[in-house]
Design a binder for this molecule. Structure first.
Ligand code: Q0Z
Length: 287
């Protein structure tokens, strides 16, 4: 009999369990956050969509970088993975100017030490994607750091390696997604080391929770873009005049249904696999 999984961590919408000394179980719930607050209403199958998308990308980027994925459990939301020594930085790649990148640019013209051209607008595509590391905050928001600060946290050869890997992963996935009508504006990776010191891609990869997904057909720089997945939730919350402090509002059925449909649409566009087929046999995304 295998030992019971031991709970070792909680994210806003995910749970982490230890299976044994070498393996973890990462479980994606159906919880959703908006404006940094987890809402009381769940989006059915959201966790399955995110788990399936991560597994799809892990399977297709293994030649660029090995990863922690061992297998997807039959529930479609639980990923068995190799237990690694995680690097203490968030590895963010930005292809477009949004979020904290846009904020830093408006204040200084610089994002994590990258001096960008003058005159860029919010949501502009960058001349080339940039690697913008951040610290891992225990609470609150990750803080953008320059490459020198990041090199002090992981050593400069290691930083060069994860920077090159992160940029290559982003270029691959962003091109794939754009062909399918989704702009991946930016994305966050976490890397870890195995017992041999090999760098592996860990955590989640190119999900709408770790990335900004925008509908390509509505893309128009010069202001904020609609979120591919969360826009109905944001619009509903804005319509209430909620002050964005906990507790968040309950979501009405039509907002839940519309949001679930957007997650399923992202899954099906990006993978080319019907979501029903995934529910039937989660292994289908890695074959
Ligand atoms: C991931 C996180 C979550 C809370 C640690 N392969 C790995 N080896 C060691 N550690 C991790 C991983 Cl993925 C690891 N996190 C992020 C995920 C709940 C925190 F589901 N923390």
């Amino acid at each position: 009999m295998p030992d019971a999984a031991v709970h070792v961590g909680s994210g806003k919408v995910r749970e982490l369990y230890a299976l044994d000394d070498d393996r973890l179980l990462l479980v994606a719930s159906d919880r959703i956050s908006t404006f940094d607050v987890v809402l009381p209403t769940e989006i059915p199958d959201k966790g399955r969509v995110l788990c399936g998308l991560s597994a799809f990308w892990f399977a297709r980027t293994g030649a660029t970088c090995p990863n922690h994925l061992l297998e997807i459990r039959p529930d479609g939301r639980s990923m068995e993975c190799r237990r690694l020594e995680m690097l203490p930085i968030e590895c963010v790649v930005r292809g477009y100017l949004a979020g904290s990148g846009w904020k830093d640019y408006t204040q200084t013209g610089v994002v994590c030490g990258h001096e960008l051209p003058a005159g860029l607008h919010e949501s502009d595509r960058l001349p080339e994607p940039i690697f913008t590391p951040a610290t891992k905050a225990e609470a609150g928001h990750d803080e953008n750091i320059d490459l020198e600060t990041a090199a002090g946290l992981v050593a400069s050869e290691r930083l060069e390696q994860v920077q090159a890997t992160a940029l290559a992963l982003y270029e691959f996935a962003a091109a794939h997604a754009l062909e399918r009508g989704i702009v991946i504006a930016d994305t966050k990776f976490e890397f870890g080391l195995d017992a041999d010191g090999t760098v592996l891609l860990a955590d989640e990869a190119f999900t709408p929770d770790s990335s900004r997904f925008w509908p390509a057909d509505e893309y128009a720089a010069g202001g904020p873009q609609p979120s591919f997945d969360k826009q109905f939730v944001r619009d509903y919350c804005e319509s209430l005049g909620w002050d964005k402090t906990p507790p968040g509002p309950d979501l009405p059925d039509e907002v839940v249904a519309g949001t679930r449909a957007r997650y399923v649409e992202a899954f099906e566009r990006l993978t080319g696999i019907g979501f029903d087929r995934y529910m039937d046999d989660p292994g289908v995304v890695v074959r």
